[in-house]
Ligand binder design. Structure first.
Ligand code: COA
Length: 163
């Protein structure tokens, strides 16, 4: 059976933790679609096209992974790309409640779509995009949490953001 998995998120920015999950998913499924949500309610730092470009740049070497941006219901995007599985990451117990709710709602909206949870390597279990943004904004070193290309974009963004 040929299985396409969709990995949705805001990816503002993509981190080494997300990449770890993408690599795990790419080994498990025939095709992995990283789906970057516009998600205006999170007021992302990077606009959708920048986030899609950033993800495409850092996943380049993985053959069965591709990237899309979306601003519809996740279940509709999944259906339009023929995805049978949603991948979500679980880093700690604190993620569970929200993820349980999201998986339950997505199942009500599209019963045939299964949510599969993966856990990142333990060295990435504490990373989050908002922490990365905060540390970078306060001139902290985030080089071990994001790929080099993302570091360049973060620095560029900060250089153009008024203090
Ligand atoms: N490594 C590092 N960080 C990780 C991670 C990992 N493996 N897994 C999750 N995170 C972090 C993210 O960095 C993010 O941190 P932040 O909140 O500090 O920025 C946080 O965990 C969760 O973000 P993410 O995984 O990107 O998901 P999200 O909660 O931003 O995205 C969507 C939620 C996009 C999946 C959801 O809003 C959605 O499906 N939207 C589409 C519209 C829709 O269908 N809505 C109805 C849903 S029922």
């Amino acid at each position: 059976m040929n299985i396409t998995a969709i990995y949705p998120g805001t990816f503002d920015p993509i981190t080494n933790g997300h990449l770890d999950l993408i690599q795990r998913a790419a080994r498990l499924f025939d095709r992995v679609l990283v789906a970057v949500a516009e998600n205006p309610k999170k007021s992302p730092w990077f606009d959708l096209s920048d986030r899609v470009g950033m993800v495409s740049e850092v996943i380049e070497p993985v053959a069965n992974v591709s990237v899309i941006g979306f601003n519809t219901l996740l279940v509709d995007t999944a259906a339009s790309y023929g995805a049978q599985v949603i991948i979500r990451g679980l880093r700690a117990v604190s993620d569970f409640e929200f993820e349980f709710q999201l998986a339950g709602m997505n199942r009500r909206l599209s019963p045939e779509l299964e949510t599969v949870f993966l856990t990142p390597s333990e060295q990435f279990a504490f990373i989050s995009s908002s922490m990365i943004r905060e540390i970078a904004q306060l001139n902290g070193d985030v080089s071990s949490f994001v790929p080099p290309a993302v570091l360049v974009l973060l620095n560029k963004k900060l250089a153009h953001t008024p203090a």
